[in-house]
Design a protein around this ligand. Sequence first.
Ligand code: PLP
Length: 427
Amino acid sequence: MEEKFQVGPDFPKLLDNNDPLGHFKQRFYIREGVIYMCGNSLGLASKDAEEGLLNAIEKWKEEGVKIWTVDDSKYYLYSSYLARLLVPIVGADEDEIAVTNTTTTNIHQVISTFYKPTSTKYKILVDDINFPTDRYAIESQVRLKGYDPKDAVKVVESINGKFLNEDDVIDAMSPDVAIVFLPAVYYRTAQVVDMEKVTNAAKERDILIGWDLCHAVGVLELDLKKLDSDFAVWCNYKYLNGGPGSAAALYINRKHFNLLPGMAGWFGNKSETQFLLRQEFDHQKDAGGWQIGTPNIFSMAPLEGALKMFKEAGISNIRKKSLHITKYLMYLIEAKLTKYGFTIGSYKEDSKRGGHVCLQHDEGYRISLALKDRKVVSDFRDPNVIRVTPTALYTSYSDVYEMVDILIDVMEKQSYLNFSLKLNLVV
Ligand SMILES: Cc1ncc(COP(=O)(O)O)c(C=O)c1O
């Protein structure tokens, strides 16, 4: 792939012609004229995902309750089936992954499992710029154990509310810290945290560590086996294109399979004895044992098609293109947009940048509305961040070029001034 970029309109066409992943775009549903730059929030529907869902509906229509047992009990064991497809994406063993619940529920699940506070080791170390649901879940788990979050939730301060300094996290790993829980990639700036450094530091201090991989999965080349953290959670609807509210996932390091889940339910029982319906919980000693209730098949089935497409494309090719196309976007921003007051709020270094570019402007909200009006879908995060996500599988270099052109037009005509400053319900 080209490394030296050019500002002209022919250059993106050249890049598109040499893009080994370019052909995947035609398998996605993209409305005529729309430039979709929001895969960091909700990935697009693909024909592959649709087929996964339609297959499940067909089985239900044909088989009724037998949907659970046909095809070697594929749908009864659907979490394991999808876990197999996630192996190359997250680098864990199949039995260390469960596809289940929502991310937030899974945070409750892992924290309630691993948080066993004592009088001397009872704090959970977090940061102050993570997506807030993580904090809400952790604080409520701390309260459930009888502690005051003001004391038991230790918060590492970020740099200017934007970036995390890994050394600050490590400095905060005092002997009273029981668990560290952090995101691998920040939802606002796309900063990639040095997971290895932080994980190793936690382990050296006898502290358990877990990661929120929501903005990392499907973008970074993850290797959970090598990382050897204690647990992780992630959603499957962003870069993995599993559909709105698709079932999330959790990772339990196999050294913890003997732990009892904090929130047990009958789908965490051993599959062999589940239907004996005994009153005693017979824990499945793998990540599947952290499932709770009946799998939400229709929230999982699109993921089957979406993950098969990822397998076909290969996560290393996806990371390579994602880095290249976001670099091209940043190049165009610097060449053409800085004069309108835009700045880049993401790291430029490949190793520190996830899948989106954080574009900052004081009028970010109205500009994002003006973009939507011009069929460019991005999103806005208060106070001044427009998140722009060219994805590896369905964004072309020409899309990026065109988006920047539209942005120039919006700024030249000041058309963003026609929009209200009142925040919409979903931004
Ligand atoms: C880092 C992070 N964690 C969690 C969530 C949301 O979790 P849930 O799937 O439970 O809505 C998000 C949503 O954007 C997120 O960015």
